[in-house]
Write a protein that binds this ligand. Structure first.
Ligand SMILES: Cc1cc2nc3c(=O)[nH]c(=O)nc-3n(C[C@H](O)[C@H](O)[C@H](O)COP(=O)(O)OP(=O)(O)OC[C@H]3O[C@@H](n4cnc5c(N)ncnc54)[C@H](O)[C@@H]3O)c2cc1C
Length: 459
């Protein structure tokens, strides 16, 4: 049943909405009310949704109330932490959005090297809070990404080779499940739920707090090497050699993009977190010498500076992307990438490669819900445009995936799926899918939490 808050023809519903408002201690914003337009905004201009109810909860009680309201009126229920999912899964039309973007406290216990974060906290906020005590753990590479979605999907980032994925550093979750109960999921409490939350995304409830293990880290050798597209073949070959020889402490992120004032280029960001920064310099020398770098900012720096210097999200652009995996960066894959880069329909389009490796790859496939544990590149091709029809943009992104299909592995990283097709979600979880579906049936049998990379419940 659709509920229209402004309608005068559904007095029962209006009374229900009044009750809903009275029971929310935080903020409830209805369509048309002050703050609504700002609250429904999304960084991707392709996402234009009109939720019926936006709840900014004060506590877990508000979250349980929002879940109960959505269930009672059979409304779609979306959950927003950082709001970074590219397809806008954190918003919905007509239904309820639980907006956790201001639910973003981070507290530290430096003696025990533990951090507790609410899911709306951004990477940037978390990294700087931990850095104040000389501590860090694996989080994503971009400052603005929310810890909620990032962690629940797995979490790849600069420290994954050394410390594993973000989920490999989670000690516990606090979560409100579909029945409105606030539960702790950890190795000793609800261990099956704890297993599922480490990679299974937003399928099992609304996470209200995450406890992370931290590690000492002060300085890193990091920065950016920019190689003009004309030299990108040599650059990608040097990247392959670097990644294959990389110790756990060295993680790369490569993008085929068009930096302003430079033109089409291969941009490789690096972070070396070993103790001996001179050893890092030696490892990086061949990459830095491949072609004539148009820019090279690699230098010792405080780890938190990697996030302080992060690029702001562009405003007003439309985005749509595809994702796949490459077990190796073969010569064939390099040639396909060069063709894909040369045919980008706008200068904003991006092809990105992030390699899962080291400690993240030494965790058994069945140890957590996250199944893609072999060393491999996660590739995204993202079309980005200002105006005009979407079709040529989508055709380019789809074409990149086709070009790379002969070199692709099976399954994609759920956090890079937009609105994942059912087969993509199945492939992402592979051998862990049946166990996830059974846990889903236990904690969310009605599939209330379905605006995500959805795992239908199955006993
Ligand atoms: C610019 C950019 C850079 C990125 N860099 C990285 C990176 O380096 N490493 C990486 O691993 N990923 C990266 N990502 C992908 C990112 O991890 C996902 O988009 C992730 O979903 C973002 O989390 P969020 O909380 O910001 O997103 P949201 O859009 O708020 O949430 C996405 C989904 O996660 C679920 N969810 C979120 N919060 C909760 C919660 N509290 N309880 C239950 N379910 C919840 C919901 O299903 C929701 O639809 C990047 C994305 C972007 C746009």
């Amino acid at each position: 049943m659709a509920v229209h808050p402004s309608s005068e023809t559904f007095p029962l519903e209006l009374r229900a909405i009044g009750n809903f408002r009275r029971r929310i201690a935080g903020e409830l914003i209805l369509r048309g009310e002050p703050g609504y337009e700002e609250a429904r905004q999304h960084w991707n201009a392709q996402v234009d949704r009109y939720p019926g109810f936006i709840v900014r909860p004060r506590d877990a009680g508000d979250i349980a109330t929002a879940i109960a309201f959505a269930r009672a009126f059979d409304l779609p229920l979306a959950v927003r932490s950082g709001g970074h999912n590219g397809a806008g899964l954190a918003l919905c039309d007509d239904g309820v959005v639980v907006d956790l973007s201001r639910f973003d406290a981070v507290t530290l216990d430096p003696t025990r090297r533990i951090a507790r974060a609410q899911p709306g906290a951004t990477n940037g906020k978390f990294v700087s809070a931990a850095a104040a005590h000389g501590l860090a753990t694996t989080t994503g590479n971009a400052a603005g990404v929310g810890l909620g979605g990032l962690t629940l999907g797995g979490g790849i980032g600069w420290l994954m080779g050394k410390h594993g994925l973000t989920i490999d550093n989670v000690r516990s979750f606090q979560i409100v499940t579909a029945d409105g109960q606030l539960r702790t999921a950890s190795a000793s409490e609800h261990p099956e739920l704890f297993w599922a939350l480490r990679g299974g995304g937003g399928n099992f409830g609304i996470v209200t707090e995450i406890e992370y293990q931290l590690h000492p880290l002060e300085r890193v050798l990091a920065g950016r090497v920019v190689i003009p597209l004309a030299d990108a073949r040599a650059g990608l070959q040097a990247l392959r050699a670097l990644d294959l020889a990389a110790p756990d402490e060295l993680t790369t992120m490569a993008r085929l993009v068009t930096p302003p004032r430079i033109g089409p280029a291969l941009v490789v960001d690096v972070c070396y977190s070993g103790d001996d920064l001179a050893a890092g310099e030696r490892l990086l020398a061949p990459l830095r010498a491949s072609g004539l770098p148009a820019a090279d900012s690699v230098a010792p720096m405080a780890y938190a500076n990697l996030y302080a210097e992060a690029e702001p999200m562009p405003v007003g652009l439309r985005f749509s992307g595809v994702t796949t995996t490459l077990p190796v960066l073969s010569d064939g894959a390099v040639e396909a990438l060069l063709v894909a880069a040369a045919s980008r329909p706008t200068p904003f389009a991006t092809i990105m490669l992030q390699r899962l490796h080291g400690a993240a790859s030494r965790v058994a496939t069945e140890a957590t819900a996250f199944a893609l544990r072999a060393p491999q590149y996660f590739l995204t091709a993202t079309a980005a445009w200002q105006s005009g029809p979407a079709e040529p943009q989508l055709a380019w992104a789809g074409g990149v995936k086709e070009l790379l299909r002969p070199y692709a592995g099976s399954g994609s990283y759920v956090n890079f799926l937009g609105r994942g097709e059912p087969h993509e979600v199945r492939d992402a979880y592979g051998p862990n899918l049946a166990r996830l579906a059974a846990i889903k049936a236990r904690y969310d049998p009605e599939n209330i939490f379905r605006l995500n990379q959805n795992i239908p419940p199955q006993r």
